[in-house]
Design a protein around this ligand. Structure first.
Ligand code: MN
Length: 204
């Protein structure tokens, strides 16, 4: 039986299609260099697991930490690409179930947008802002994920992420993260985020 490994997913749009909010050069480097880096890192760890010598002690602590970083990075980028799209079809405000849940848990879309923006702008160092659904309470929460793996809460399903590592925006926005965060709202694929919300609400 062959073992599966991680593979870089293809984008559902072209590298130019998020312009002018994310440039072709920025998106291409982010996808083919940075995201690929986590694929390579995760697969190198899988190889370590596969090749561990049965007679030699294995540094489980170090490997487990690295694994959460690389697999976290891999998964978050995959979600990130999918929750964006060309501005001609994206941006604006969500509809349907997600809109109702935002209203229920934040009071208004504006309030949600402000809180998410604040979360993204205030991540210390490298990390992510994430909209999540707690399956214990079916409430929406905004989370700040540090690096790719810190602050993640089990059973909080991730509905939307925004990468605020500097590698996500330095070509287009230099060090001005808030401008990148403002641009993100123009290219959010709400249909996809709404679909994720409904999928998790309807799953056991
Ligand atoms: Mn990234």
């Amino acid at each position: 039986m062959g073992k599966k490994i991680y593979e870089l997913p293809e984008l559902e749009y072209g590298y130019k299609d998020l312009e002018p909010y994310i440039s072709e050069e920025q998106l291409k480097i982010h996808h083919t260099i940075h995201h690929q880096g986590y694929v390579t890192g995760a697969n190198a760890l899988l190889e370590k697991f596969d090749k561990r010598d049965q007679n030699i002690e294995f540094d489980v602590k170090a490997v487990a930490k690295e694994l959460s970083f690389h697999v976290g990075g891999f998964m978050l980028h995959k979600l990130f690409w999918e929750n964006m799209g060309p501005a001609s079809k994206c941006g604006g405000e969500p509809q349907g179930t997600l809109a109702k849940y935002i209203e229920k848990d934040f009071g208004s879309f504006e309030r949600f947008k402000n809180e998410f923006t604040q979360a993204a702008n205030s991540v210390e160092g490298s990390g992510w802002a994430a909209l999540t659904l707690c399956r214990g309470t079916d409430r929406l929460f905004i989370m700040q994920i540090e690096k790719h793996n810190v602050n993640v809460i089990p059973n909080f399903r991730i509905l939307m992420v925004l990468d605020v590592w500097e590698h996500a925006y330095y070509i287009d926005y230099k060090n001005v993260r808030p401008d990148f965060v403002d641009a993100f709202w123009k290219i959010v694929n709400w249909e996809e985020v709404n679909k994720r919300t409904e999928t998790w609400l309807n799953s056991p």
